[in-house]
Design a protein around this ligand. Structure first.
Ligand SMILES: C[S@@+](CC[C@H](N)C(=O)[O-])C[C@H]1O[C@@H](n2cnc3c(N)ncnc32)[C@H](O)[C@@H]1O
Length: 248
């Protein structure tokens, strides 16, 4: 079922507006046993590094201990739930690294068309950051059948340039997980939010990372500026995750 069918309810006089997918609904899907079962079936096949290995063990241990009562969110279950639910036509990602997030989106919707922005900072967070050829081979391993365009370079230049060359393109799903500085993250969000389609989902990572206390303020500023976004935050555990749905 496509985005129009899943997120939008077109009933003539739409008193509440056309979008019926709420952030809490998406959160409930993301934490469901079904999503974890499906996610864990491929999680260990994602390009691994020390952090992904840790997460794999963390997820499995928490599920074993707490079963259906486990309530936890990060970029992986949120993106997988969003991708499965929306079946996005176009996905934009700023901050790709080794393809963990983009492959998760592909697992949820193999036909998705991807525009991927990264400047491939060497040794990012102390781990290898091999570049587009590596990510290309990863998404194929995960069954991608849509198109992918890599835009290499600083997102503060490449994103505005790409969007001005593609004035009509909209994205059903967007992840902002590149520059984590206050000004940089805000600029990335402000650049891409106007291109989120109605009923589309915007994902913003690391809002409670102990080294990045400014990111939660950045997120709030974006929600304040773009009133058509309905936001959700998870900060209880891990590094936190925020997402929002465009309501109108
Ligand atoms: C946190 S990692 C992305 C992780 C990925 N989303 C995942 O879940 O596996 C951040 C990435 O953003 C890239 N990056 C940082 N600043 C950037 C900028 N100004 N423009 C483009 N890419 C940037 C880095 O090279 C790195 O690969």
């Amino acid at each position: 079922m496509n985005l129009k069918k899943r997120a939008i309810f077109d009933y003539g006089n739409n008193f509440y507006g056309p979008v019926v997918l709420s952030p809490t609904t998406l959160a409930n899907i993301a934490v469901s046993g079904k999503i974890w079962q499906e996610l864990l079936a491929f999680h260990s096949l994602l390009a691994s590094d020390e952090y992904v290995e840790y997460l794999d063990a963390y997820y499995r241990e928490c599920l074993q201990r707490f079963g259906q009562q486990w309530h936890y969110m990060d970029i992986t279950n949120v993106l997988y739930a969003a991708s499965k639910t929306l079946q996005p036509y176009n996905y934009l990602e700023i901050g790709v690294r080794r393809g963990r997030s983009v492959c998760t989106v592909v697992r949820g919707c193999p036909s998705v068309n991807i525009v991927a922005f990264d400047m491939w900072i060497p040794n990012y967070a102390g781990m290898e950051n091999p570049g587009p050829e590596f990510v290309q081979s990863e998404i194929i391993k995960h069954g991608h059948s849509g198109a992918i365009t890599f835009i290499n370079g600083d997102s503060h230049e490449t994103v505005p340039e790409y969007l001005s060359k593609n004035p009509d393109i909209l994205f059903d799903l967007i992840t902002v997980d590149g520059d984590h500085s206050k000004e940089g993250a805000l600029e990335d969000l402000f650049n891409v939010i106007p291109r989120l389609s109605m009923g589309g989902v915007l994902v913003f990572d690391d809002i409670s990372h102990p080294d990045l206390p400014h990111l939660i303020e950045v997120w709030h500023e974006a929600l304040y500026e773009f009133r058509y976004l309905s936001g959700y935050e998870y900060t209880e555990m891990g590094y936190g995750i925020a997402f929002a749905i465009r309501r109108y």
